[in-house]
Ligand binder design. Structure first.
Ligand code: PMP
Length: 401
């Protein structure tokens, strides 16, 4: 028998328990902040981006009826065909682009799942996906989880936080696979105009890129009609994945229901991931969503009008408080500039919550170029908006002393 050296049998270094790319992911800046908020009493929150309205009654009643009738099974992996038909009609009517409900539409667990599926479906390791910052907190992590490379393009206040097509062009490399757009934008409320949209479309065609259009706020547009979808422009339907859902316009965040419409090969690939990881979206939520599209359009419009009125008030009150705030044209967020206070975004938000019990989100939660800004969500009552902005004004005045 060979003489085994002692150290040759010592256990190898323990292997890390976590995948390296997951261990390195930061937690969402918003969630950290709201852990703090939840521990405090009497806070007025302009924080979490969620409608303050309860889901319209007809939708809730339908969900109750669905359960009461014993419909508690799985559905087709793609989702109920009746819902896919209703979705495709809604998209055709409101966004002027036709999709086939049989093979160009998939029902998902919120836009969150639709985003995850499409990013995983199109990304090979090292592929770059461009998006505009400040942006929704999930984009960069989603891309990293798919082993892709997030490529943010800064947007700025002087352009109303719209994506400048020239900046987009500069960010493109041979590894660029897709452009992710979110207009109206979380956190800035920015929209893009038709000229900008056409220029972005031309860039996508020129470089043969896929466009992921996150349209979750597209009904909440205040100074024109619903935003036309980029997929309705010539040459774009075949390269665009249209991502949408029910959370915002129909106040259905808790139902966790969304959808993607797009080219058949991409929807097919998304469907493979979805069938192995999620199987299908919950049937109760699917039936409720169908009811939303059939019978809750008036409720949607009433909520949208109320957000518009609140937007006008909150923008004025931030400007009156000495925090310049561009008028956002969509979503339910304002993104005022706080640089005159001399505080960083994080300092501003932290001091505001401790001194005045008002919660806002530091702009840096949405990307480095959010420094100097805070996000305030006006999906809260007019009374709450008035009280919160009065306290913010006091806070800003006290800082000057
Ligand atoms: N995209 C954007 C821009 C969002 O703001 C959100 C939610 N805040 C989502 C996607 C995800 O929405 P959901 O999963 O509720 O449909």
């Amino acid at each position: 028998m060979k003489n085994i050296k002692k150290d040759s049998i010592s256990p190898p270094d323990p292997r890390p328990r976590l995948a390296e790319h997951i261990a390195k992911l930061p937690k969402s800046g918003i969630r950290d902040f709201f852990e703090l908020v939840n521990q405090m009493d009497d806070v007025i929150s302009l924080g979490v981006g969620e409608p303050d309205f309860v889901t319209p009654w007809t939708i809730r009643e339908n969900a109750i009826y669905s359960l009461d009738s014993g419909r508690t099974s799985y559905t087709s992996n793609l989702g109920l065909l009746s819902l896919r038909k209703a979705v495709c009609s809604y998209v055709a009517e409101n966004y002027d682009v036709q999709y086939n409900p049989v093979n160009e539409c998939i029902i998902t667990v919120g836009v969150s799942e639709a985003l995850d599926l499409v990013i995983r479906a199109i990304t090979d390791p090292g592929d770059e996906i461009i998006y505009h910052e400040p942006c929704y907190v999930s984009y960069a992590p989603e891309i990293k989880m798919a082993l892709g490379v997030p490529v943010p393009v800064d947007t700025c206040e002087k352009n109303g936080f719209a994506l400048d097509p020239a900046d987009l062009e500069k960010a493109i490399t041979p590894k660029t696979k897709a452009i992710l757009l979110n207009f109206p934008c979380n956190p800035t409320g920015a929209v893009i105009d038709m000229e900008q949209m056409k220029a972005i479309a031309q860039t996508a065609i020129k470089h043969d890129l896929i466009v992921l259009a996150d349209l979750i706020y597209s009904e909440l547009i205040y100074d024109s009609n619903i935003l036309p979808a980029i997929s309705s422009l010539p040459g774009m339907k075949e390269r665009t994945v249209f991502l949408h859902g029910f959370s915002k316009a129909f106040a259905m965040t808790g139902f966790r229901i969304g959808y993607a419409c797009g080219p058949r090969d991409i929807i097919d690939a998304m469907m493979k991931i979805h069938q192995y990881s999620m199987l299908c979206a919950p049937i109760t939520a699917q039936e409720a969503a169908e009811e939303a599209l059939k019978n809750a359009l008036c409720d949607r419009d009433v909520m949208c009008r109320e957000y518009r009125a609140r937007r006008n008030v909150i923008v004025k009150r931030f400007n009156d408080a000495g925090l310049p705030c561009v008028m956002p044209h969509g979503a339910f967020y304002v993104f005022p500039n706080i640089t005159s206070t001399g505080l960083s975004s994080m300092e501003f938000a932290t001091q505001l919550i401790h001194k005045k019990k008002v919660a806002v989100v530091p702009g840096t939660a949405f990307g480095a170029c959010g420094e100097g800004y805070i996000r305030a969500c006006y999906a809260t009552s007019m009374e709450g908006i008035n009280e919160a902005t009065a306290r913010i004004r006091e806070f800003v005045e006290e800082l000057k002393k």
